[in-house]
Every structure is written in C-alpha cells, then in structure tokens.
Design a protein around this ligand. Structure first.
Ligand code: ZN
Length: 197
C-alpha cells in the first residue's frame, strides 16, 4: 500500500508518467498501472472511492494506491476520524465526540480506544516527522493532556511540512489529519504501530 494525493487525475498522471517508485526494499523501479482495488463508500467523502492498483515491473509486487483522505480499512474519511479525536481532546466522551458527525458511538469508541493505546508513540512519531522536515523546530510544551499533546504534535508536523514543501506540498493541499494519514501510510489506527515505513 502506498499513500498518494487525493486527486485521482494527478495520481493517474504520475502513475502513467512513471513517477511513482516501488516501495520494495532496495527496488525503486517505476510502478505501472495494474487495475483497481474494489470500489467502496467512505463516509465523509463526496464520491465512492476506487483506489488505483499499481505493479512493479521488477519485483512484480502490486500495491494499492490509497489517497491521503482515508485510513487503511476504515469506512470514514481521515478528517471525520480527526474531528472525533479533536472533540475527544476538547474533553468530549465517545458519545458526544461522535454527535453531529453521524458516527455511531461504538465506532467512535473503537477509534479512540485504538488511539488511546498509542498516543505517546504517535506524538513522538509526528514530532520526528516535524524535526526531519524543518529547521529550528520548537517542540510544543506539554499541555497536561495526552490527546491535546497529540494535536499539538500534529499541528507542528503539518506546519513544518507546509513550510518546507509549500501549502500544496507533494501530496496536494492537505488537512492536518491527511498529514497524519500520509505520515503513517494510512496506518494511524491499524493494528500495529509504528507503521512499517
Ligand atoms: Zn519493485
């Protein structure tokens, strides 16, 4: 799986132009079009998602090109999940965090429980992203709440990446939670942390 920009036209252009490199260990060959993954509805996205598949001509492995708007195996947009996490950081419980977003309480509870078990490593991971991307990066002060500390780290990573690559960046114009999706390779809420790459 490879994280790509939200705009399928740009993904197609880059793919057909041989500008997407195979993520295989020591490979780096250009990926070629290789059909599509199954169509799925994602709550919070305007259109059904039909991720592109690509294959490496050298190591023959195929990869799904997952846009930054979604997380791996989640039926809700990254921004919807992010809004829930922000509500939690603002003090809302899992019932209130999902209100207004039309997300069932049980779904919200699952996301928050998964993230609660990795708040500190994800925060450190995002700070490392910021430190690698920027110069003179100031690590945020502790806010006395691990959820708010996570948001502060995400804010710093987002600002630093925009500072380095410009507001449009390498993956197009992205929200903070799309930055989180991109940095984690879509694996922010995946079973294992840290993400492989
Ligand atoms: Zn390869």
């Amino acid at each position: 799986m490879i994280t790509v920009e939200a705009d399928p036209v740009l993904v197609e252009t880059r793919l057909r132009g041989g500008q997407l490199a195979c993520p295989g260990e020591g490979c780096g060959e250009s990926l070629r079009p290789w059909g599509w993954a199954r169509v799925r509805q994602v709550h919070g996205l305007p259109d059904a998602l039909r991720p592109r598949r690509a294959r490496c001509g050298s190591c023959l492995v195929s990869h799904v090109l997952l846009p930054v708007t979604v997380l791996l195996r989640r039926a809700y947009a990254a921004d919807v999940i992010g809004a829930v996490v922000s509500a939690r950081a603002g003090g809302a419980g899992h019932r209130r965090a999902g209100l207004g977003l039309a997300v069932p309480a049980a779904t919200v509870r699952g996301w928050l429980r998964r993230l609660a078990g990795r708040l500190e490593p994800v925060r450190v991971f995002l700070l490392q992203v910021a430190l690698r991307a920027g110069v003179d990066v100031t690590v945020p002060e502790a806010l006395g709440c691990p959820w708010r500390d996570l948001l502060a780290a995400l804010g710093l990573a987002t600002a630093t990446l925009r500072g380095r690559f410009g507001p449009v960046g390498v993956l197009g114009s992205v929200t903070a939670w799309q930055v989180a999706a991109a940095c984690s390779g879509g694996r922010l809420l995946a079973p294992r942390w840290p993400p492989a790459r």
